[in-house]
Design a protein around this ligand. Structure first.
Ligand code: NAI
Ligand code: MG
Length: 490
């Protein structure tokens, strides 16, 4: 294949002057307590753990490690607020508090974005342009529903559930907190939320924003800690609703723990989505979509397009263009506005990704990585693709949660459908074609909760999100997301 004209400019990688986001304006404490009953309180055990910047391996702050006694305190505070101020308040007033949180978030957006990138490793461009604006948008959207719930479910009586226990992951820390807290509050519930142990800081900043918004004490409680803290929330008898986003492995543990209880729950788990590129697609646009689908946020995305199914007649062209594009991607400092791929969230996650790079090669896959330079310190992974893989390969079947794409080809639409559906997951998918009819045919046949056509990884608070099969159940977002936080009576 001839070298594209613009390829010459790529040799040795793009050269940009550093453009780091300033962090002078951010306000971080060296130690964070638990946010319970409207106050910041020390953990019962007196124990704190480090949260680390994955790009430098330095500790950013100490964070409280909540045990069962702390969780119990938080659940009791939430129950007290539920029985008291929150349920006595008019729905329109409740809405005003949620609007207030949204506005504070917008006012502090730059600070939130920088902290998200520091604590979690995602590029500032993403935390600034995607995570934080979307998080605020969820509060704005659900604030509007607070006094209109009976219009959402005509003919039904709507009632809040009580205390919602919410456990979230590290890939979209503030956004996941907002997905969970905003609808819970709009429906009149109170909340105990636990952020992931590697990314607790924006949740603690959110606690400050909630305090500044003047919410009645105990309406939102935020406790930090690892799996045991999460388990204490899930199994606490004072919790009426559990919302979890994370691994399928923990999702199974939670489902077992909740079997036989009358807690309502939603699980949003892993994925192994395919981007499906037909020969009639706009190829350059599809290549951008594939890059966005898997390299966005280091592939730490449950709905990532971690597989590519490309029609045989254009496979060589697509793979070559993808490799050329991968060579232009900059891996490095998450705070630099030029960075495309930031730091892998933790050494554990890097180890998991690297083990899949081994597995993929042992299974006979051909691995190709870009040749960009990597920083000396921190946790990094170059964008990677595997060709020559088959459907039974582990890199095709299992969630890697890193910037690793498995590529297969297909000849017919039916073959594409059967390959796309042949994994344990069903969270999302992408279709690239010039033909509207093909889009409709495919969306009916692909077993996934979200399907994008000629685009990928687009989110909006008004549209529901959730999975089929081992990707979990229940829907978050949109009108459907209200259902998960209400009892609907005839
Ligand atoms: P994880 O599922 O262990 O962590 C998610 C959250 O659950 C964290 O807040 C954690 O503290 C909490 N947790 C852990 N054990 C718990 C338990 N027994 N009861 C209640 N809460 C518990 O995910 P982890 O270990 O951080 O990542 C492992 C893999 O999971 C990733 O490589 C990725 O494949 C997948 N994952 C999927 C996510 C998604 O958005 N669907 C998000 C994060 C991870
Ligand atoms: Mg961290």
């Amino acid at each position: 294949m001839a070298i594209p004209e613009n390829k010459l400019a790529f040799e040795g990688g793009w050269q940009y002057s550093p453009a780091p986001e300033s962090i002078d304006h951010i306000n971080l404490k060296t130690k964070y307590d638990l946010y319970i009953g409207g106050e910041f309180v020390a953990p019962e055990s007196g124990r704190y753990f480090d949260t680390v910047n994955p790009a430098t391996e330095e500790c950013i702050a100490k964070v409280a490690d909540a045990n069962e006694a702390d969780v119990d305190k938080a659940v009791k505070a939430a129950r007290k607020a539920y029985n008291g101020a929150w349920s006595k308040m008019k729905a329109a007033e409740r809405g005003k508090y949620i609007f207030r949180i949204a506005r504070i978030m917008q006012e502090r957006a730059r600070e939130f974005a920088a902290i998200e990138s520091l604590d979690g490793g995602k590029p500032i461009r993403e935390s600034r342009d995607i995570d934080i604006p979307l998080a605020a948008a969820h509060f704005f959207y659900y604030a509007g529903w607070a006094d209109k719930l009976e219009y959402a479910f005509p003919g039904r009586k709507v009632k809040p559930l009580g205390v919602a226990g919410q456990v979230i992951p590290w890939n979209f820390p503030l956004l996941m907190a907002s997905w969970k807290i905003a609808p819970a509050l709009a429906c009149g519930n109170t909340v105990v939320l636990k952020p992931a142990e590697t990314t607790p800081l924006t949740a603690m900043k959110l606690a400050e924003a909630i305090a500044d918004a003047g919410l009645p004490p105990g309406v939102v409680n935020i406790v930090t800690g690892a799996g045991q803290t999460g388990a204490a929330i899930v199994t606490h008898p004072g919790v009426q609703k559990v919302a979890f986003t994370g691994s399928t492995k923990v999702g199974r543990i939670i489902q077992k723990a909740l079997a036989g209880t009358n807690k309502k729950y939603t699980l949003e788990l892993g994925g192994k989505a395919a981007n499906i590129v037909f020969a009639d697609a706009a190829i350059d646009q599809a290549v951008e979509g594939i890059v966005n689908g898997i390299f966005f946020n280091q592939g730490h995305v449950c709905c990532a397009g971690s597989r590519l199914l490309v029609q045989e007649s254009v496979a060589d062209e697509v793979v070559q263009k993808l490799k050329d594009r991968m060579d232009t991607l900059i891996v490095g400092d998450p705070l630099d506005k030029n960075t495309d791929i930031g730091a892998i969230n933790s050494p554990m996650q890097l180890e998991k990704i690297e083990s899949y790079l081994e597995i993929g090669q042992q299974e006979g896959g051909v691995m190709h990585q870009s040749s960009c330079a990597l920083p000396d310190k921190g946790y990094w992974c170059r964008p990677t693709i595997f060709t020559g893989v088959s459907q039974s390969n582990r890199v095709v079947q299992e969630e890697i949660f890193g910037p690793v794409l498995a590529i297969q080809t297909f000849r017919t639409l039916d073959e594409a459908v059967s390959k796309a559906n042949n994994t344990p997951y069903g969270l999302s998918g992408g279709i690239w074609t010039d033909k509207g009819a093909k889009i409709f045919k495919m969306t009916q046949k692909i077993r996934a909760g979200v399907i994008w056509a000629n685009t990928f990884n687009k989110f909006d608070p008004t549209s529901p999100f959730g999975g089929y099969k081992e990707s979990g159940f229940g829907r978050e977002g949109g009108l459907h997301g209200l259902d998960a936080y209400l009892n609907l009576e005839a």
